[in-house]
Design a binder for this molecule. Structure first.
Ligand SMILES: NC(=O)c1ccc[n+]([C@@H]2O[C@H](COP(=O)([O-])OP(=O)(O)OC[C@H]3O[C@@H](n4cnc5c(N)ncnc54)[C@H](OP(=O)(O)O)[C@@H]3O)[C@@H](O)[C@H]2O)c1
Length: 324
């Protein structure tokens, strides 16, 4: 069967680790890469044996041989380039967050549906073996009824007002970069919250250096979430039920060790759940499989989920007075 031809736009750190996994997946090949610099594109293409190296994102989109494009630019450019890909009838895997707000996300999804193209947000955590296991355990009521989710994600990058982490024009801030993972986990396990309280500490660039969030659910469920660029935090998650809890050991968004506790906090089970490669193989296989089946969205990470996520992030941003 003919291999799917992938293209990558934006050859930064993420593109590198993603490409390392992509080239090992049988059903596809890295066909083309695009950078704003020809030299960088050439070097990247050489490293991963891609056939085409473009110094223009548009040229890659125009390449008739490209089937699916992975967008790995800073967040602020996801909407623009994903839109251009879809308008050219290319399937798209867009890095998280898919867009900067709900309005952009909805517009992009409408375009994907109009063009009958596949679109997915690159939340790789959804496809990890640990996430599959977690949902299975919750489904079986292993810890009784789920009543709360606690999750944090924090690391301390060097402050640089021009970096994509702190520069507002590039979509900077801890919430959109890493806070999205605790929010994702809460939405996955408890659904969309009814009420949100959020507090942030701002960096000098006015993006959130840290963000604390409390979600309230109609069911009575709660989520206590945090993201920060101010220190390295445990970056763990724990889901508490009426009969015990499940801990996703650090870093929870790429968890390989899950621990189950009873209601008296006795550890009853440790489950090792290694992921393949750098962790992106599972996500890549899902995209390949959906496209081969002619699907325009993944059942595991449907477009409605990205809409709910964007709406929740918008609400949090409103609470912390952050607009892009
Ligand atoms: N799923 C994950 O595990 C994960 C992990 C890290 C990051 N991410 C996501 O991946 C995306 C990229 O993150 P990254 O860490 O790879 O960032 P990065 O190292 O800064 O790379 C981003 C690339 O985007 C391109 N770009 C286009 N316009 C740009 C501009 N005005 N300023 C800077 N770069 C520009 C550049 O590529 P060219 O110079 O080649 O054009 C740059 O190398 C983000 O949206 C982030 O959320 C996901």
């Amino acid at each position: 069967m003919k291999k799917l031809n992938w293209g990558i736009i934006g050859l930064g750190k993420m593109a590198q680790v993603f490409a390392e996994d992509l080239v090992g997946v049988e059903a596809c090949q890295l066909y083309a890469v695009a950078s704003r610099s020809q030299e960088k594109a050439n070097q990247f293409a050489y490293q991963f044996q891609a056939k085409k190296a473009y110094a223009s994102y548009t040229k890659l989109i125009e390449d008739k041989e490209v089937n699916i494009i992975y967008i790995a630019t800073p967040h602020a450019f996801h909407f623009e380039w994903a839109m251009k890909c879809l308008q050219a009838k290319k399937h798209v895997l867009c890095e998280k967050p898919m867009c900067l707000n709900l309005n952009q996300t909805q517009t992009l999804i409408n375009e994907a549906k109009a063009q009958n193209c596949f679109l997915m947000e690159g939340i790789w955590t959804r496809f990890m073996p640990s996430t599959k296991k977690l949902l299975e355990l919750l489904q079986k009521s292993k810890i009784g009824r789920l009543i709360s989710v606690e999750a944090d994600f924090g690391f301390k990058p060097k402050y640089d007002e021009n970096s994509r982490l702190f520069n507002k024009a590039l979509g900077g801030g801890s919430l959109l970069d890493i806070g999205i993972y605790p929010v994702f986990l809460s939405l996955l396990c408890l659904g969309k919250p009814n009420d949100i309280i959020a507090l942030a500490r701002k960096a000098p660039t006015q993006v959130d250096a840290s963000c604390h969030m409390l979600f309230n659910y109609a069911t009575g469920g709660k989520a206590n979430l945090k993201s920060t660029f101010e220190n390295t935090t445990p970056s763990e998650a724990e889901l508490f039920g009426t009969k015990g809890s499940i801990k996703l050991h650090s870093r929870f968004h790429q968890c390989e060790l899950m621990e189950i506790y009873d209601e008296n906090r006795n550890s009853t089970e440790k489950i090792e759940l290694p992921y393949q490669g750098n962790g992106y193989i599972h996500e890549i296989e899902e995209v390949n499989s959906c496209i081969k089946k002619g699907k325009i969205e993944s059942d595991l990470l449907p477009l409605k989920f990205s809409l709910d996520l964007a709406e929740t992030l918008d609400f949090i941003k409103k609470e912390i007075k952050l607009t892009y």
